[in-house]
Ligand binder design. Structure first.
Ligand SMILES: NC(=O)c1ccc[n+]([C@@H]2O[C@H](COP(=O)([O-])OP(=O)(O)OC[C@H]3O[C@@H](n4cnc5c(N)ncnc54)[C@H](O)[C@@H]3O)[C@@H](O)[C@H]2O)c1
Length: 348
């Protein structure tokens, strides 16, 4: 039986990965390690919390002693590392928090894996989940490939770039078996409503303003989170050692066009007159260091591992909106802060 550590499994993407692994691989024991920061919500995975192969561990990856002890107790065969401070705006307010979790936390996991595996790496794998933001900003043309030089602009992307470099350095220097992926913007269920799509869905429901940065012409590539989880599963099991794969949706949208599409669908769903939600759009002062355009070339993972997104953006967005409309309780608990009580109720 394999023991797999997934970090950040109470967060947005991590919860989808944990759910997939617990349901699909009953032969694995899955350990979900999460500090339950503001972004960690155990309600995201309450549907699988009683499965016999699921284990939750509350803990901080920045705590070196705790991480060493955890590895020596469980001797994990594989690590999928998703825990991170993930919100760019927060990184502008408090960059050091991002260095602690994203850089030092990753270092602690790398060191613990190296120590525990005692340089005998047979059958072991360390998978670092990262972002396309490490590549910086594109102009109107071109795509990020796996060989695009790193050029991070925000404290968030700088911290993720740093951790990517350390993962590769441990591969080169110590032979640590790793795989690494850089993915574009995700959207879908269980997304904390500080990020654009869930924030705007929630604001439209509540008739609140929709603050769009600058002129709204920033372009992002969007990927349905369940397709990201499928890609992560594939890379973990079939990706080549010491390789990087870019993951993206082949799906570029200017922020303002995306927001207008969201408004149209929400008007239909809520039975409001067409154009009602668009009136909530306001343009706000730009974020400093804002990257103009991200776009991913995901042809390597497509050619080598056969992955491509399973849903179109329209399908994914429809599923996402339906999910938020059908899970008002989840949204209410997150926005009121009462989701924080779930851990106490279930685990203490
Ligand atoms: N969301 C995206 O669009 C996106 C795109 C590409 C890559 N990524 C990467 O994927 C990963 C997951 O992103 P997400 O959007 O799910 O993030 P998230 O903010 O929703 O979740 C992060 C999780 O990590 C936990 N965590 C934070 N600090 C911790 C610490 N010190 N110790 C233990 N746990 C801690 C939080 O409690 C939370 O559950 C991150 O590494 C992020 O950089 C995200």
């Amino acid at each position: 039986m394999k023991k797999i550590l997934i970090t950040g499994g109470a967060g947005f993407i991590g919860s989808h990965v944990v759910r997939r692994f617990v349901n699909k691989y009953p032969e694995y024991q899955i350990y979900n390690l999460d500090a339950l920061t503001y972004a960690g919500n155990l309600e995201n995975i309450k549907d699988i919390e009683n499965q016999p192969n699921y284990n939750f561990v509350k803990g901080d990856i920045v705590d070196e002693t705790f991480i060493y002890e955890l590895f020596s107790t469980h001797n994990f065969d594989g690590v999928l590392h998703l825990a991170a401070e993930s919100h760019v705006d927060r990184s502008i307010e408090d960059p050091l928090a991002f260095v602690k979790t994203n850089v030092i936390g990753t270092m602690n996991l790398l060191n613990a894996a190296k120590k525990q595996w005692k340089d005998n790496f047979e059958g072991k794998r360390f998978y670092h989940i990262s972002t396309d933001e490490v590549y910086g900003s594109l102009g109107a043309e071109g795509l990020f490939t796996e060989t695009t030089p790193y050029d991070p602009n925000s404290p968030y992307s700088a911290s993720k770039a740093s951790s990517d470099h350390f993962v590769r350095a441990y591969g080169e220097t110590y032979g640590l078996p790793y795989v690494l992926t850089n993915c574009s913007n995700n959207y879908g269920s269980y997304h904390f409503p500080e990020k654009l799509i869930p924030l705007f869905i929630n604001n439209i429901i509540n008739n609140k303003s929709l603050p769009v940065y600058g002129d709204g012409n920033y372009t992002r590539d969007w990927l349905f989170v369940e397709d990201h989880a499928i890609a992560i599963d594939l890379v973990f099991h079939e990706g080549k050692n010491h390789e990087t794969y870019n993951i993206g949706g082949f799906n570029e949208w200017k922020n303002i066009d995306l927001v207008k599409l969201l408004c149209q669908i929400m008007d239909q769903k809520l039975g409001r007159d067409s154009g009602t939600s668009e009136k909530l759009i306001t343009y706000v002062k730009d974020r400093p260091g804002h990257d103009l355009r991200y776009a991913i070339d995901a042809s390597k993972i497509n050619k080598e591992l056969g992955w491509k997104p399973s849903v179109t953006f329209e399908e994914g967005l429809e599923k996402t909106i339906n999910w938020y409309l059908n899970n008002e309780e989840w949204l209410k608990n997150v926005t009121s802060g009462s989701y924080k009580d779930y851990y106490k109720k279930q685990y203490s």
